[in-house]
Ligand binder design. Structure first.
Ligand code: MSP
Length: 529
C-alpha cells in the first residue's frame, strides 16, 4: 500500500478559525479522502501553533497572566477541533506544539545542530518585525518597513543563536531547479527563486526569555527559548516520530505534501528545507501554496469586521455546500473573492438544480415505474444513449454515451485531484450529471412508460442509477455527507467509505432488485437571498 503523508499548517491559537483556515483543511481532507479511496496508507496531520510572541500577547489581552499560557491554549484548541469535526475533516493526528513529544523533538534537533556546529551565538543589531517575528537586513528593508506585513520595523540589539542557513543557499537554489515538483504552483517556485537571488541571512532561532518566555527552552542555554517558526516547522517531522520512533518516521517521511497559504511560503520553501538538510533529512516532496480568500478585494481582518465565520455559513447552508463552494469556485493556488451571493448561486445551480434534481427525478421514476426497485439493465447504457442523442448538448460531434463518459471519469479524477485541480475534477463530474439530466429530458421515460416499452425504460432508469452510483463515489472526497446520503438513497447498506476508487471503473455494479430509499431533497433550493 502506498504511503501518503499530507500536512496542513499549524494554526495560531490567538483567534478563532476563519474561512482561510478552513480552506486548507477542506482541500487537504479532499485529497486525503481521495487517496484513501484509492487504497493509499494515508497519514493526514493538522494541529495548532501555540508558542511565541503573538500567542503570548493574545493570552495577556484575554486577561490571563504570565504562567497561565497553557490554560489559555487548552481552552482555544477545542474550538479548532470542534470546527474540524463539523467540517468532516478526517485528519489522522492533531499535533500541538505544546505536546511533550514535539517539545522533545525540537530540543533534540537543536541539540544536534548545535553539536554539529551549525548554530552559533552573536549580537544582532538590525531590524525586527514584532508581529511577524522576523529579522530583516538593511538591504531587505531600506525604509524600515516590513517587506511582508508592511508595518514599521523595530531596531533590535540583542544576543541570539543563529542557524547557518546562508551556507545552504546555493544547495537550495540547485535543488529547487532540479526538482520541478518541489514548489507548486510554478509561479510560486519563481517567487522563491527570486527571493533566493538576494543574499540569505542566517536564521535567528532563539528569543531571550527576558523579552519573551512563552516557548520551548533552548537545551544548551537556559536563558533562551526557541524561535516560534523553528518550533512550528519541526512539527512535520515530530508528528511522524522523529527521532523517537525512526521506523515510523522512515515509513512516512518525506512528506508527500505540505499544503500552505501563500503568505508562509518563504518559511516552508526556504527555511524548512534548509533546516532539514542541515539535519541530514530529505526535503518534503511537494510544497503547495494556495491563494487567499479576500472580501471584496480587502484582506479579512478583525478590525475591519469582515472575517467570515465558517460556523455561521455551515449552519445556514450546510457542511457539504460550504466545502463544495470553497473547492469549486476558485482554482486552488489563486486568490478568490468570497461572497455569500456567489455561494448561494453555486448552491442553487450546481447542487439543487443539477445534482439534487437528477437524484430526485431518477428515484421518483424508479419508485413509480419499478416499485422502488433497481430494474434490470446491467451493462446496458446503449438505449438511453441512442434515444437521447447525447452528442448534442456539449458540442461534441461524436455520440458519447453516458456509460463511456461515466467510465472516463476515473481517469480525469486521477489526473486532477492529486494536482489540486479541484475545479477540473468537479466540472468533469458535473458534465456527467448534466448529460444525465439532459438524457431524461430527451428520452422522456414517462412516454416510454405510457407506450409500454418496459425494457427500454428499465435500461434508462438503470443507467441513470448507475450514473448516480458513480457520482456518489466521485463526490465523496469533496462532499462526504452528501455522498453517503445518495449512497443510502440508492439502497446501499454499507458506508460509502467502504467503496473503492476502482469501483468507478466498472459499469453495472448496481444489483437489480435492490430497494431504493428515496428521502427528502438533498439540497432544497434557497429562495429569496
Ligand atoms: N502558525 C503559522 C503556520 C505554521 S506552519 C508550521 C501560521 N498560522 S495562521 O493561523 O496565521 O495561518 C494558517 C494558514 O491559514 C496559513 O496557511 C494562511 O495562509 C492561511 N490563511 C489565513 N488567512 C487566509 C485567507 N484569508 N485565505 C486563505 N488562507 C489564509 O501562519
Amino acid at each position: 500500500m502506498n504511503k501518503f503523508y499530507i500536512t496542513t499548517p499549524l494554526y495560531y491559537v490567538n483567534s478563532k478559525p476563519h474561512i482561510g483556515h478552513s480552506y486548507t483543511q477542506v482541500a487537504c481532507d479532499c485529497l486525503a479522502r481521495f487517496m484513501r479511496q484509492a487504497g493509499g496508507d494515508v497519514f493526514f496531520m493538522t494541529g495548532t501553533d501555540e508558542h511565541g510572541e503573538k500567542i503570548e500577547k493574545a493570552i495577556l489581552a484575554h486577561g490571563y497572566r504570565e504562567g497561565e499560557e497553557k490554560k489559555f491554549v487548552d481552552e482555544i484548541v477545542p474550538v479548532f477541533k470542534k470546527l474540524w469535526k463539523k467540517l468532516a475533516i478526517s485528519y489522522d493526528y492533531f499535533i500541538r506544539t505544546t505536546d511533550k513529544n514535539h517539545i522533545s523533538t525540537v530540543q533534540a534537533t537543536l541539540e544536534k545542530l548545535y553539536k554539529d556546529g551549525k548554530i552559533y551565538k552573536k549580537i544582532y543589531k538590525g531590524w525586527f518585525c514584532t508581529p511577524c517575528e522576523t529579522f530583516w537586513s538593511e538591504t531587505q528593508s531600506p525604509d524600515g518597513i516590513c517587506p511582508d506585513c508592511k508595518r514599521p520595523l523595530e531596531k533590535l540589539d540583542e544576543a541570539n543563536y543563529f542557524l547557518k542557513i546562508s551556507e545552504y543557499q546555493k544547495w537550495l537554489i540547485d535543488y529547487i531547479k532540479a526538482n520541478p515538483d518541489f514548489i507548486k504552483p510554478d509561479f510560486r517556485k519563481n517567487e522563491v527563486l527570486g527571493f533566493l537571488n538576494e543574499e540569505l541571512l542566517d536564521l535567528c532561532i532563539s528569543r531571550p526569555k527576558k523579552r519573551m518566555s512563552w516557548g520551548i527552552g533552548i537545551p544548551f542555554d537556559k536563558d533562551y527559548v526557541t524561535y516560534v517558526w523553528f518550533d512550528a516547522l519541526t512539527n512535520y517531522i515530530s508528528g511522524v516520530g522523529y527521532p523517537q520512533d525512526m521506523k515510523r518516521f522512515e515509513k512516512y517521511w518525506p512528506a508527500d505534501f505540505h499544503v500552505i497559504g501563500k503568505d508562509i511560503l518563504r518559511h516552508h520553501a526556504v527555511y524548512w528545507p534548509i533546516i532539514l538538510h542541515a539535519l541530514d533529512i530529505a526535503p518534503p516532496k511537494t510544497i503547495f501554496a494556495h491563494g487567499w480568500w479576500v472580501i471584496k478585494g480587502e484582506k479579512m481582518s478583525k478590525s475591519k469586521g469582515n472575517v467570515v465565520d465558517p460556523l455561521e455559513l455551515i449552519s445556514k447552508y450546510g457542511i457539504d455546500p460550504y466545502r463544495y463552494f470553497l473547492l469549486r469556485e476558485v482554482p486552488f493556488g489563486l486568490d478568490g473573492v468570497f461572497s455569500e451571493e456567489a455561494l448561494v448561486s453555486r448552491y442553487n445551480s450546481d447542487l439543487a438544480n443539477d445534482l439534487g434534481n437528477l437524484l430526485n427525478r431518477t428515484l421518483t421514476m424508479a419508485e413509480k415505474y419499478f416499485d422502488g426497485k433497481i430494474p434490470s439493465g446491467q451493462g446496458e447504457a446503449l438505449k438511453i444513449d441512442r434515444r437521447a442523442g447525447l452528442n448534442l448538448p456539449y458540442g461534441s460531434k461524436s455520440a458519447e454515451g453516458l456509460k463511456t463518459k461515466a467510465l472516463a471519469l476515473a481517469g480525469e479524477l486521477e489526473k486532477s485531484i492529486p494536482n489540486f485541480d479541484f475545479v477540473n475534477a468537479l466540472s468533469k463530474i458535473w458534465e456527467i450529471i448534466n448529460i444525465a439530466n439532459k438524457s431524461i429530458e430527451d428520452s422522456k421515460p414517462w412516454s416510454l412508460a405510457k407506450e409500454g416499452k418496459t425494457d427500454e425504460l428499465a435500461s434508462i432508469i438503470y443507467s441513470l442509477l448507475e450514473v448516480l452510483r458513480i457520482v456518489a463515489i466521485s463526490i465523496y472526497p469533496f462532499m462526504p455527507l452528501a455522498s453517503q446520503n445518495i449512497w443510502a438513497q440508492l439502497g446501499m447498506k454499507d458506508g460509502i467509505e467502504k467503496t473503492k476508487f476502482s469501483d468507478l471503473k466498472t459499469w453495472g455494479k448496481l444489483s437489480s432488485g435492490t430497494k431504493v430509499n428515496k428521502s427528502a431533497p438533498l439540497f432544497p433550493r434557497i429562495e429569496g437571498t
